[in-house]
Design a protein around this ligand. Structure first.
Ligand code: SAH
Ligand code: SF4
Length: 363
């Protein structure tokens, strides 16, 4: 059985072509699946009966299964989605006055092991399929009550849930293409954001294949500290990362990269860090998003104080770098950034792999 959620428009057209069906049929089906949320081929009334019968035999529309639904006092909603074999990932909906943002996961766990991240601490099990990635948007639309063609409860999508999207490149890009497709979700590319810890070659591929908005998890302004906080920096150091950011913006000079920077008390919130950040901010067309650290058990870090965060924001803005501070949402249901743990059967023997004890990071 082919799960049709796994196929973006081009793949669905190719799948239909192999079965002697025209491209417009594929687009019709895409519309039924993603805009109407239909899973029953018999309900697709403008599709020929013979084709419906064929589809029933060979295909299905199967999103992940929600196993938990938590609503925060601030309206943030978090779902735990079963992705089989004892793994479950989290999807978060953040309602705001002028928009609704869905935060999507791309992997069960994450292998990159950033020091401050609860997902990283869980270890890694596997990449999500394209169906499991787009299925989170499909399902959230249904669970939030979208019933009509083109209902826009979710106006923005951020790939900032569990996992590193660019380490699951092909499936992430298939899902991104569906988000942008007019027969599916029709979101503009500026309303879809991929957040990466900085996998440089994959950033170049994303620029070529699907240049959506880019957020980069910076978190440290020099290589010595970033090597410890975001270990992928040992492979792709800051100089290469910043060059990749500039290349990403080459063809869209009015775009910018958003640098995410978690404020960790006594670790990356000192004056020298601020100076280095301003220097980085002048090398790339960018905005900064300061993120108050969200604690989780045994993280070993503390959130920078509010005055320190305010000072960073003020001085970055004064240096001409647009800087915002992320509001913490949904922390009463562990739905805030960095708190998503889901259920991950670790395959990595993580504890033996860790080489930098957290205490050293602080010295
Ligand atoms: N792997 C990608 C996307 C998922 S992480 C990446 O790292 O960019 C999404 C965001 O949450 C990142 O900016 C990440 O650094 C941040 N984050 C991780 N742990 C956090 C924590 N404990 N508190 C606040 N934000 C955190
Ligand atoms: Fe993975 Fe991102 Fe967490 Fe780092 S911050 S461990 S890359 S999910």
């Amino acid at each position: 059985m082919q799960n049709l959620l796994d196929l973006d428009a081009d793949a669905l057209i190719a799948w239909f072509a192999e079965r002697g069906e025209k491209p417009f049929r594929a687009r019709q089906i895409l519309h039924w699946i993603h805009r109407f949320g239909e899973t029953d081929f018999d309900a697709m009334t403008d599709v020929a009966k013979t084709l419906r019968a064929k589809l029933k035999e060979t295909a299905c529309i199967q999103p992940p299964l929600p196993v938990r639904d938590d609503v925060s006092s601030d309206g943030t909603r978090k779902w735990l989605m079963d992705v089989g074999n004892g793994n479950a990932v989290e999807t978060v909906y953040i309602p705001e006055t002028s928009r609704g943002t869905l935060c999507i996961s791309t992997q069960a766990g994450c292998a990159l092991d950033c020091a401050f991240c609860s997902t990283g601490k869980q270890g890694f099990n596997r990449n999500l399929t394209a169906a499991e990635i787009i299925g989170q948007l499909w399902l959230a639309n249904r669970l939030l009550g979208a019933t009509h063609d083109g209902d826009r409860i979710i106006s923005n999508v951020v790939m900032m849930g569990m996992g590193e999207p660019l380490a699951n490149f092909d499936n992430t890009v298939s899902a991104l293409k569906l988000m942008l497709d007019d027969h599916a979700y029709g979101l503009s590319r500026r309303r879809v954001t991929v957040s990466t810890s900085g996998i440089v070659p994959a950033m170049d591929r994303l620029r070529d294949e699907c240049p959506v908005a880019l957020a980069v998890s910076l978190h440290a302004p020099n290589d010595a500290l970033r090597d410890k906080l975001v270990p992928i920096n040992q492979k792709y150091p800051l100089k290469d990362l910043l060059a990749a950011c500039r290349r990403y913006l080459d063809r869209a000079p009015r775009d910018f990269v958003t640098f995410e920077y978690i404020m960790l008390a006594g670790v990356n919130d000192q004056d020298e860090h601020l100076r280095q950040l301003i220097d980085i901010g002048r090398q790339v067309s960018c905005k900064f998003n300061l993120i108050p650290f969200n604690p989780f058990p045994q993280s070993g870090f503390q959130r920078s104080s509010a005055p320190v965060v305010r000072r960073f924001s003020q001085l970055l803005n004064e240096a001409g770098i647009v800087t915002t501070t992320r509001k913490t949402r949904g922390d009463d249901v562990d739905a805030a950034c960095g708190q998503l743990a889901g259920q991950v059967k670790d395959k990595t023997r993580r504890t033996q792999k860790r080489v930098v004890p957290i205490t050293e990071v602080r010295s």
